[in-house]
Design a protein around this ligand. Structure first.
Ligand code: GDG
Length: 434
Protein backbone atom coordinates (compact mmCIF):
# COMPACT_ATOMS: atom_id res chain seq x y z
CA UNK A 1 0.00 0.00 0.00
CA UNK A 2 2.81 2.39 0.89
CA UNK A 3 4.40 1.75 -2.49
CA UNK A 4 1.22 2.24 -4.52
CA UNK A 5 -0.50 4.96 -2.46
CA UNK A 6 -3.68 2.94 -2.84
CA UNK A 7 -6.80 2.49 -0.76
CA UNK A 8 -7.17 -0.30 1.83
CA UNK A 9 -10.69 -1.26 2.88
CA UNK A 10 -11.01 -3.16 6.16
CA UNK A 11 -13.33 -3.64 9.13
CA UNK A 12 -12.94 -1.20 11.97
CA UNK A 13 -13.56 -2.39 15.49
CA UNK A 14 -12.29 -0.21 18.32
CA UNK A 15 -13.46 3.18 19.56
CA UNK A 16 -10.11 4.55 18.37
CA UNK A 17 -10.90 3.31 14.84
CA UNK A 18 -14.12 5.35 14.89
CA UNK A 19 -12.44 8.41 16.34
CA UNK A 20 -9.62 8.55 13.80
CA UNK A 21 -11.65 8.41 10.56
CA UNK A 22 -13.14 11.38 8.70
CA UNK A 23 -16.75 11.73 7.52
CA UNK A 24 -16.07 9.26 4.68
CA UNK A 25 -14.72 6.70 7.16
CA UNK A 26 -11.18 7.26 5.90
CA UNK A 27 -7.84 7.93 7.55
CA UNK A 28 -4.39 8.45 6.00
CA UNK A 29 -1.71 5.97 7.10
CA UNK A 30 0.84 6.13 8.65
CA UNK A 31 -0.33 9.27 10.46
CA UNK A 32 3.15 10.77 10.74
CA UNK A 33 3.91 10.31 7.03
CA UNK A 34 0.66 9.63 5.12
CA UNK A 35 1.25 7.24 2.23
CA UNK A 36 -2.05 5.46 1.66
CA UNK A 37 -5.72 5.62 2.68
CA UNK A 38 -7.46 3.24 5.06
CA UNK A 39 -11.22 3.09 4.72
CA UNK A 40 -13.20 1.50 7.52
CA UNK A 41 -16.28 -0.68 7.10
CA UNK A 42 -18.38 -0.95 10.26
CA UNK A 43 -20.08 -4.22 11.08
CA UNK A 44 -22.61 -4.88 13.82
CA UNK A 45 -21.82 -7.36 16.60
CA UNK A 46 -24.31 -9.74 15.01
CA UNK A 47 -22.58 -9.44 11.63
CA UNK A 48 -19.15 -10.03 13.16
CA UNK A 49 -20.46 -13.09 15.00
CA UNK A 50 -22.13 -14.60 11.95
CA UNK A 51 -19.52 -13.60 9.38
CA UNK A 52 -16.14 -13.65 11.14
CA UNK A 53 -16.56 -15.94 14.18
CA UNK A 54 -19.28 -17.82 12.32
CA UNK A 55 -18.94 -18.83 8.67
CA UNK A 56 -15.33 -17.68 8.15
CA UNK A 57 -13.88 -19.35 11.23
CA UNK A 58 -16.27 -22.19 12.04
CA UNK A 59 -16.96 -23.33 8.48
CA UNK A 60 -14.24 -22.20 6.01
CA UNK A 61 -11.23 -22.33 8.39
CA UNK A 62 -11.73 -25.95 9.56
CA UNK A 63 -12.96 -26.98 6.09
CA UNK A 64 -9.74 -25.82 4.44
CA UNK A 65 -7.42 -27.20 7.16
CA UNK A 66 -7.63 -30.97 7.42
CA UNK A 67 -7.21 -31.02 11.19
CA UNK A 68 -10.11 -33.13 12.40
CA UNK A 69 -12.17 -30.21 13.69
CA UNK A 70 -15.49 -30.59 12.01
CA UNK A 71 -16.69 -27.55 10.07
CA UNK A 72 -20.06 -26.21 11.11
CA UNK A 73 -22.33 -25.18 8.24
CA UNK A 74 -24.98 -22.89 9.64
CA UNK A 75 -27.54 -21.35 7.31
CA UNK A 76 -27.78 -18.07 9.23
CA UNK A 77 -23.96 -17.65 9.45
CA UNK A 78 -23.76 -18.27 5.72
CA UNK A 79 -26.38 -15.62 5.05
CA UNK A 80 -24.44 -13.13 7.25
CA UNK A 81 -21.27 -14.03 5.35
CA UNK A 82 -23.07 -13.23 2.09
CA UNK A 83 -24.43 -9.97 3.51
CA UNK A 84 -21.01 -8.83 4.71
CA UNK A 85 -19.42 -9.68 1.36
CA UNK A 86 -22.12 -7.45 -0.18
CA UNK A 87 -21.35 -4.63 2.28
CA UNK A 88 -17.70 -4.76 1.24
CA UNK A 89 -18.65 -4.91 -2.44
CA UNK A 90 -20.68 -1.70 -2.05
CA UNK A 91 -17.77 -0.05 -0.28
CA UNK A 92 -15.35 -1.06 -3.05
CA UNK A 93 -17.74 0.01 -5.83
CA UNK A 94 -18.30 3.40 -4.22
CA UNK A 95 -14.57 3.96 -4.35
CA UNK A 96 -14.07 2.76 -7.88
CA UNK A 97 -16.66 5.15 -9.28
CA UNK A 98 -15.97 5.48 -13.00
CA UNK A 99 -12.28 4.69 -12.77
CA UNK A 100 -10.54 1.60 -14.12
CA UNK A 101 -9.35 0.06 -10.89
CA UNK A 102 -7.33 -2.88 -9.67
CA UNK A 103 -8.74 -4.54 -6.55
CA UNK A 104 -6.59 -6.96 -4.53
CA UNK A 105 -8.63 -9.00 -2.05
CA UNK A 106 -7.14 -10.76 0.99
CA UNK A 107 -8.27 -14.11 2.23
CA UNK A 108 -11.10 -16.52 2.84
CA UNK A 109 -13.42 -13.97 4.43
CA UNK A 110 -14.24 -12.66 0.94
CA UNK A 111 -14.95 -15.65 -1.29
CA UNK A 112 -17.98 -13.94 -2.85
CA UNK A 113 -16.54 -10.46 -3.27
CA UNK A 114 -14.71 -10.96 -6.61
CA UNK A 115 -17.90 -11.97 -8.45
CA UNK A 116 -19.90 -9.12 -6.87
CA UNK A 117 -17.32 -6.59 -8.08
CA UNK A 118 -17.01 -8.14 -11.54
CA UNK A 119 -20.77 -8.25 -12.07
CA UNK A 120 -21.09 -4.56 -11.31
CA UNK A 121 -17.89 -3.44 -13.04
CA UNK A 122 -16.61 -6.07 -15.53
CA UNK A 123 -13.62 -3.94 -16.61
CA UNK A 124 -12.17 -3.92 -13.06
CA UNK A 125 -9.12 -6.12 -12.58
CA UNK A 126 -9.69 -8.34 -9.55
CA UNK A 127 -7.09 -10.52 -7.81
CA UNK A 128 -7.30 -12.44 -4.56
CA UNK A 129 -4.86 -14.22 -2.31
CA UNK A 130 -6.19 -17.16 -0.29
CA UNK A 131 -3.92 -17.33 2.79
CA UNK A 132 -4.98 -20.79 3.95
CA UNK A 133 -4.79 -24.19 2.22
CA UNK A 134 -7.33 -25.36 -0.34
CA UNK A 135 -8.36 -28.91 0.64
CA UNK A 136 -8.91 -31.94 -1.55
CA UNK A 137 -12.11 -31.88 -3.61
CA UNK A 138 -13.79 -34.64 -1.55
CA UNK A 139 -13.30 -32.56 1.58
CA UNK A 140 -14.50 -29.30 0.05
CA UNK A 141 -17.60 -31.01 -1.32
CA UNK A 142 -18.99 -31.30 2.23
CA UNK A 143 -19.73 -27.57 2.09
CA UNK A 144 -23.39 -27.14 1.11
CA UNK A 145 -22.61 -23.84 -0.64
CA UNK A 146 -19.52 -24.98 -2.55
CA UNK A 147 -21.00 -23.93 -5.91
CA UNK A 148 -21.63 -20.34 -4.80
CA UNK A 149 -18.20 -20.08 -3.19
CA UNK A 150 -16.46 -21.33 -6.33
CA UNK A 151 -18.51 -19.05 -8.54
CA UNK A 152 -17.56 -16.10 -6.30
CA UNK A 153 -13.86 -16.95 -6.55
CA UNK A 154 -14.05 -17.36 -10.31
CA UNK A 155 -14.91 -13.66 -10.49
CA UNK A 156 -11.15 -13.13 -9.99
CA UNK A 157 -8.79 -12.54 -12.90
CA UNK A 158 -6.03 -14.00 -10.74
CA UNK A 159 -6.35 -16.23 -7.70
CA UNK A 160 -3.25 -16.96 -5.64
CA UNK A 161 -2.42 -19.72 -3.18
CA UNK A 162 0.79 -20.48 -1.26
CA UNK A 163 1.65 -23.79 -2.94
CA UNK A 164 1.25 -25.76 -6.15
CA UNK A 165 -0.74 -28.37 -4.23
CA UNK A 166 -3.35 -25.85 -3.09
CA UNK A 167 -3.69 -24.64 -6.71
CA UNK A 168 -4.15 -28.22 -7.96
CA UNK A 169 -6.75 -28.98 -5.29
CA UNK A 170 -8.64 -25.84 -6.29
CA UNK A 171 -8.53 -26.69 -10.01
CA UNK A 172 -9.77 -30.23 -9.35
CA UNK A 173 -12.59 -28.89 -7.17
CA UNK A 174 -13.65 -26.48 -9.92
CA UNK A 175 -13.45 -29.23 -12.52
CA UNK A 176 -15.69 -31.59 -10.57
CA UNK A 177 -18.20 -29.08 -9.25
CA UNK A 178 -18.74 -26.39 -11.88
CA UNK A 179 -19.37 -26.25 -15.60
CA UNK A 180 -16.15 -24.26 -16.08
CA UNK A 181 -13.36 -25.57 -18.31
CA UNK A 182 -10.10 -26.23 -16.50
CA UNK A 183 -6.80 -26.04 -18.34
CA UNK A 184 -4.36 -27.79 -16.01
CA UNK A 185 -1.35 -27.06 -18.26
CA UNK A 186 -1.91 -23.33 -18.13
CA UNK A 187 -3.41 -23.43 -14.60
CA UNK A 188 -6.45 -21.49 -15.69
CA UNK A 189 -10.21 -21.79 -15.50
CA UNK A 190 -12.58 -20.56 -18.19
CA UNK A 191 -16.16 -19.83 -17.21
CA UNK A 192 -18.52 -18.07 -19.63
CA UNK A 193 -15.50 -17.06 -21.74
CA UNK A 194 -13.85 -15.30 -18.78
CA UNK A 195 -10.50 -16.58 -17.51
CA UNK A 196 -9.21 -16.97 -13.98
CA UNK A 197 -5.48 -17.68 -13.67
CA UNK A 198 -4.64 -19.82 -10.62
CA UNK A 199 -1.02 -19.41 -9.49
CA UNK A 200 1.11 -20.13 -6.47
CA UNK A 201 2.87 -17.27 -4.68
CA UNK A 202 4.57 -18.45 -1.47
CA UNK A 203 4.16 -15.57 0.97
CA UNK A 204 7.19 -14.48 2.94
CA UNK A 205 8.65 -11.90 5.34
CA UNK A 206 10.69 -8.69 5.16
CA UNK A 207 14.02 -10.47 5.43
CA UNK A 208 16.27 -7.38 5.53
CA UNK A 209 14.10 -5.60 8.11
CA UNK A 210 13.99 -8.65 10.40
CA UNK A 211 17.76 -9.14 10.05
CA UNK A 212 18.39 -5.49 10.93
CA UNK A 213 15.92 -5.58 13.84
CA UNK A 214 17.74 -8.59 15.25
CA UNK A 215 20.90 -6.53 15.65
CA UNK A 216 19.34 -3.51 17.34
CA UNK A 217 20.37 -2.45 20.85
CA UNK A 218 16.83 -2.72 22.20
CA UNK A 219 16.57 -6.34 21.07
CA UNK A 220 19.93 -7.12 22.69
CA UNK A 221 18.70 -5.50 25.92
CA UNK A 222 15.47 -7.52 25.72
CA UNK A 223 17.51 -10.73 25.35
CA UNK A 224 19.43 -9.83 28.51
CA UNK A 225 16.19 -9.07 30.36
CA UNK A 226 14.52 -12.33 29.29
CA UNK A 227 17.59 -14.46 30.06
CA UNK A 228 17.82 -12.93 33.50
CA UNK A 229 14.09 -13.00 34.38
CA UNK A 230 13.49 -16.50 33.05
CA UNK A 231 16.77 -17.94 34.38
CA UNK A 232 17.89 -19.05 30.91
CA UNK A 233 21.63 -18.43 31.25
CA UNK A 234 23.69 -21.45 30.19
CA UNK A 235 20.65 -23.42 28.98
CA UNK A 236 19.64 -24.52 25.49
CA UNK A 237 16.59 -22.52 24.46
CA UNK A 238 13.79 -23.83 22.26
CA UNK A 239 10.97 -21.51 21.22
CA UNK A 240 7.56 -21.75 19.62
CA UNK A 241 5.44 -18.75 18.66
CA UNK A 242 1.85 -19.16 17.56
CA UNK A 243 -1.75 -18.13 17.80
CA UNK A 244 -3.62 -20.53 20.06
CA UNK A 245 -5.20 -22.34 17.15
CA UNK A 246 -5.96 -26.03 16.79
CA UNK A 247 -4.21 -26.09 13.39
CA UNK A 248 -0.85 -25.26 14.98
CA UNK A 249 -0.32 -28.66 16.63
CA UNK A 250 0.36 -27.24 20.11
CA UNK A 251 -0.78 -30.27 22.19
CA UNK A 252 1.22 -32.55 19.88
CA UNK A 253 4.32 -30.40 20.44
CA UNK A 254 3.86 -30.54 24.21
CA UNK A 255 3.47 -34.33 24.05
CA UNK A 256 6.70 -34.55 22.02
CA UNK A 257 8.50 -32.43 24.64
CA UNK A 258 7.18 -34.74 27.36
CA UNK A 259 8.33 -37.83 25.41
CA UNK A 260 11.73 -36.24 24.81
CA UNK A 261 12.21 -35.73 28.55
CA UNK A 262 10.87 -39.23 29.30
CA UNK A 263 13.37 -40.76 26.89
CA UNK A 264 16.37 -38.52 27.56
CA UNK A 265 16.13 -37.24 31.14
CA UNK A 266 19.77 -36.09 30.98
CA UNK A 267 18.45 -32.93 29.26
CA UNK A 268 16.48 -31.94 32.35
CA UNK A 269 17.72 -28.69 33.83
CA UNK A 270 19.69 -27.98 30.64
CA UNK A 271 16.94 -27.13 28.12
CA UNK A 272 14.00 -24.74 28.33
CA UNK A 273 11.01 -24.72 25.99
CA UNK A 274 9.42 -21.28 25.68
CA UNK A 275 5.86 -21.26 24.38
CA UNK A 276 4.80 -17.76 23.22
CA UNK A 277 1.08 -17.95 22.70
CA UNK A 278 -1.45 -15.40 21.51
CA UNK A 279 -5.04 -16.18 22.46
CA UNK A 280 -7.16 -16.14 19.32
CA UNK A 281 -10.86 -16.37 18.34
CA UNK A 282 -11.81 -17.05 21.95
CA UNK A 283 -15.49 -16.49 21.14
CA UNK A 284 -15.41 -19.95 19.52
CA UNK A 285 -15.73 -22.87 21.95
CA UNK A 286 -13.14 -25.14 20.23
CA UNK A 287 -10.55 -22.36 20.75
CA UNK A 288 -11.43 -21.96 24.43
CA UNK A 289 -11.23 -25.72 24.88
CA UNK A 290 -7.79 -25.78 23.21
CA UNK A 291 -6.57 -23.10 25.64
CA UNK A 292 -7.73 -25.20 28.59
CA UNK A 293 -6.16 -28.39 27.19
CA UNK A 294 -2.84 -26.63 26.59
CA UNK A 295 -2.77 -25.16 30.10
CA UNK A 296 -3.50 -28.57 31.60
CA UNK A 297 -0.79 -30.29 29.53
CA UNK A 298 1.84 -27.67 30.41
CA UNK A 299 1.00 -27.97 34.12
CA UNK A 300 1.17 -31.78 33.95
CA UNK A 301 4.51 -31.88 32.11
CA UNK A 302 6.07 -29.20 34.31
CA UNK A 303 5.02 -31.08 37.42
CA UNK A 304 6.22 -34.42 36.10
CA UNK A 305 9.63 -33.22 34.91
CA UNK A 306 10.51 -30.34 37.28
CA UNK A 307 14.01 -30.47 38.74
CA UNK A 308 14.53 -28.12 41.68
CA UNK A 309 13.69 -24.61 40.52
CA UNK A 310 13.89 -25.66 36.84
CA UNK A 311 10.79 -26.50 34.86
CA UNK A 312 10.86 -27.51 31.21
CA UNK A 313 8.13 -25.28 29.76
CA UNK A 314 7.69 -21.53 30.17
CA UNK A 315 4.56 -19.99 28.65
CA UNK A 316 4.42 -16.34 27.63
CA UNK A 317 0.84 -15.42 26.94
CA UNK A 318 0.74 -12.66 24.31
CA UNK A 319 0.34 -10.63 22.31
CA UNK A 320 4.06 -10.08 22.81
CA UNK A 321 5.64 -6.85 21.59
CA UNK A 322 7.81 -7.10 18.44
CA UNK A 323 11.03 -6.60 20.45
CA UNK A 324 10.23 -9.58 22.65
CA UNK A 325 9.46 -11.74 19.64
CA UNK A 326 12.70 -10.64 17.96
CA UNK A 327 14.64 -11.37 21.17
CA UNK A 328 13.10 -14.83 21.45
CA UNK A 329 14.03 -15.67 17.86
CA UNK A 330 17.58 -14.36 18.27
CA UNK A 331 18.39 -16.14 21.50
CA UNK A 332 16.81 -19.47 20.54
CA UNK A 333 18.94 -22.45 19.64
CA UNK A 334 15.88 -24.16 18.28
CA UNK A 335 12.49 -23.05 16.90
CA UNK A 336 9.71 -25.63 16.70
CA UNK A 337 6.82 -25.24 14.24
CA UNK A 338 4.46 -28.19 14.57
CA UNK A 339 1.34 -27.23 12.59
CA UNK A 340 -1.03 -30.04 11.66
CA UNK A 341 -1.82 -28.06 8.53
CA UNK A 342 -0.73 -24.52 7.65
CA UNK A 343 -0.96 -22.52 4.43
CA UNK A 344 2.58 -21.17 4.81
CA UNK A 345 3.67 -20.36 8.43
CA UNK A 346 5.49 -17.09 8.74
CA UNK A 347 6.99 -17.87 12.15
CA UNK A 348 9.39 -20.33 10.50
CA UNK A 349 10.57 -17.69 8.02
CA UNK A 350 10.80 -14.99 10.70
CA UNK A 351 13.05 -17.27 12.77
CA UNK A 352 15.36 -17.82 9.81
CA UNK A 353 15.46 -14.10 8.96
CA UNK A 354 16.40 -13.20 12.55
CA UNK A 355 19.35 -15.60 12.69
CA UNK A 356 22.06 -13.22 11.52
CA UNK A 357 24.75 -15.37 13.13
CA UNK A 358 23.72 -18.24 10.79
CA UNK A 359 23.24 -20.50 13.78
CA UNK A 360 20.17 -22.27 15.16
CA UNK A 361 17.93 -25.12 14.08
CA UNK A 362 14.38 -25.18 12.78
CA UNK A 363 12.09 -28.13 13.40
CA UNK A 364 9.30 -27.73 10.86
CA UNK A 365 6.13 -29.67 10.24
CA UNK A 366 6.07 -31.07 6.73
CA UNK A 367 2.38 -30.07 6.59
CA UNK A 368 3.22 -26.37 6.28
CA UNK A 369 3.62 -24.45 3.04
CA UNK A 370 7.01 -23.30 4.39
CA UNK A 371 8.30 -26.89 4.31
CA UNK A 372 8.13 -26.83 0.47
CA UNK A 373 10.86 -24.16 0.47
CA UNK A 374 12.76 -24.73 3.73
CA UNK A 375 13.70 -28.35 3.20
CA UNK A 376 16.94 -27.87 5.16
CA UNK A 377 14.86 -27.72 8.34
CA UNK A 378 14.39 -30.92 10.34
CA UNK A 379 11.05 -31.90 8.85
CA UNK A 380 8.62 -33.70 11.14
CA UNK A 381 5.21 -35.30 11.18
CA UNK A 382 3.66 -33.67 14.28
CA UNK A 383 1.41 -36.67 14.87
CA UNK A 384 4.35 -39.10 15.11
CA UNK A 385 5.20 -38.18 18.70
CA UNK A 386 8.17 -40.56 19.12
CA UNK A 387 9.86 -39.37 15.92
CA UNK A 388 9.05 -35.79 16.84
CA UNK A 389 10.73 -36.28 20.24
CA UNK A 390 13.78 -37.83 18.52
CA UNK A 391 13.98 -34.79 16.22
CA UNK A 392 14.17 -32.51 19.26
CA UNK A 393 17.16 -34.53 20.46
CA UNK A 394 18.73 -34.51 17.00
CA UNK A 395 18.32 -30.71 16.82
CA UNK A 396 19.90 -30.14 20.23
CA UNK A 397 22.80 -32.50 19.42
CA UNK A 398 23.44 -31.24 15.89
CA UNK A 399 27.08 -30.24 15.31
CA UNK A 400 27.60 -26.52 14.88
CA UNK A 401 28.99 -26.87 11.34
CA UNK A 402 25.87 -28.75 10.24
CA UNK A 403 23.56 -26.22 11.92
CA UNK A 404 25.32 -23.38 10.18
CA UNK A 405 25.30 -25.08 6.79
CA UNK A 406 21.54 -25.63 7.01
CA UNK A 407 20.82 -22.13 8.35
CA UNK A 408 22.89 -20.44 5.64
CA UNK A 409 20.91 -22.25 2.97
CA UNK A 410 17.58 -21.41 4.56
CA UNK A 411 18.58 -17.75 4.90
CA UNK A 412 19.57 -17.66 1.23
CA UNK A 413 16.08 -18.87 0.31
CA UNK A 414 14.15 -16.40 2.50
CA UNK A 415 16.45 -13.50 1.53
CA UNK A 416 15.63 -14.12 -2.14
CA UNK A 417 11.96 -15.08 -1.76
CA UNK A 418 10.95 -12.23 0.52
CA UNK A 419 7.63 -10.42 0.95
CA UNK A 420 8.51 -7.91 -1.78
CA UNK A 421 9.05 -10.72 -4.26
CA UNK A 422 5.66 -12.17 -3.25
CA UNK A 423 3.91 -8.87 -4.03
CA UNK A 424 5.94 -8.17 -7.15
CA UNK A 425 5.24 -11.65 -8.55
CA UNK A 426 1.49 -11.17 -8.07
CA UNK A 427 1.47 -7.80 -9.80
CA UNK A 428 3.78 -8.96 -12.61
CA UNK A 429 1.44 -11.86 -13.23
CA UNK A 430 -1.52 -9.47 -13.30
CA UNK A 431 0.29 -7.25 -15.77
CA UNK A 432 0.80 -10.25 -18.05
CA UNK A 433 -2.93 -11.02 -17.94
CA UNK A 434 -4.22 -7.55 -18.77
C1 GDG B 1 -2.39 -17.24 8.09
C2 GDG B 1 -2.19 -18.69 7.63
C3 GDG B 1 -0.02 -18.00 6.55
C4 GDG B 1 2.62 -14.51 16.74
N1 GDG B 1 2.54 -14.26 18.06
C5 GDG B 1 2.56 -12.93 18.19
C6 GDG B 1 2.67 -12.36 16.93
N2 GDG B 1 2.70 -13.37 16.06
C7 GDG B 1 2.85 -13.21 14.60
C8 GDG B 1 3.97 -14.08 14.07
C9 GDG B 1 3.58 -14.17 12.60
C10 GDG B 1 2.04 -14.16 12.65
O1 GDG B 1 1.68 -13.65 13.94
C11 GDG B 1 1.46 -15.56 12.49
O2 GDG B 1 1.59 -15.94 11.16
P1 GDG B 1 1.47 -17.45 10.67
O3 GDG B 1 1.85 -17.50 9.25
O4 GDG B 1 2.36 -18.31 11.52
O5 GDG B 1 -0.02 -17.95 10.96
P2 GDG B 1 -1.57 -17.44 10.80
O6 GDG B 1 -1.90 -16.37 11.76
O7 GDG B 1 -2.37 -18.68 10.96
O8 GDG B 1 -1.71 -16.87 9.31
C12 GDG B 1 -0.69 -19.01 7.49
C13 GDG B 1 -0.38 -16.57 6.93
O9 GDG B 1 -1.80 -16.40 7.05
C14 GDG B 1 0.14 -15.59 5.88
O10 GDG B 1 -0.36 -15.88 4.61
O11 GDG B 1 1.38 -18.17 6.64
O12 GDG B 1 -0.52 -20.31 6.98
O13 GDG B 1 -2.80 -19.60 8.54
O14 GDG B 1 4.00 -13.06 11.88
O15 GDG B 1 5.21 -13.47 14.31
N3 GDG B 1 2.73 -11.04 16.73
C15 GDG B 1 2.70 -10.23 17.84
N4 GDG B 1 2.61 -10.72 19.11
C16 GDG B 1 2.54 -12.05 19.34
O16 GDG B 1 2.47 -12.48 20.48
N5 GDG B 1 2.81 -8.89 17.67
Amino acid sequence: MCATGGLWIACGSSKADRKTVDLNNKVMIPPEEPLYTLKRVWLTKKEINGYYYGFSNQALWPLCHSTYVQPMFDESQWSTYKRVNNIFAQSVLEEIGNRRALVFIQDYHFALLPRLIKEARPETTVAQFWHIPWPRQQVFSTCPWQGEILDGLLGNDLLGFHTVRHCRNFLTTVNRVTKARVNYEKAEVILDEKETAVCHFPISVDFEQLSQDAQKGKVKREIKRLKHNLALEGKSIAISIDRLDYTKGIPQRLMAIERFLDNWPEYKGKTVFIEAQVPSRTQISSYRKLGEDVDALVAKINQKHALGAWKPIITLVGPSPPNTLAALRCMADLCIVSSLHDGMNLVAKEFVASKCDNDGTLILSSSTGAARELDDALLINPLAIDQFAASIKEALDMPKSERRRRMRRKRGIVRKSNIYKWAADIFSQLAKLS
